[in-house]
Write a protein that binds this ligand. Sequence first.
Ligand SMILES: [Zn+2]
Length: 86
Amino acid sequence: MSDEQVPAYIARCRVCGGIIMAAVDDDEVDRGALAEDVARAIRDGHSVERVTVGWVRSHADDWCRCGDDATENDTEPAQPMLLAFA
Ligand SMILES: [Zn+2]
């Protein structure tokens, strides 16, 4: 069983281009909340892209780090949103 092709949305950091938000867009998602998250990211000036869960997994090292200096050298930087893809 694989959910690699399940669609998802990501938003990119305005400074470094790293991923700052990722949301799965499957049948179980709260579509209202998802639309709200995506709309907020766009309103804040972030670049939003439609990708897949597999894409997010394969880009686990591409999350934004520029706003998180305290954990820059940590082997496990704070990535709360990424937990949904673990
Ligand atoms: Zn950044």
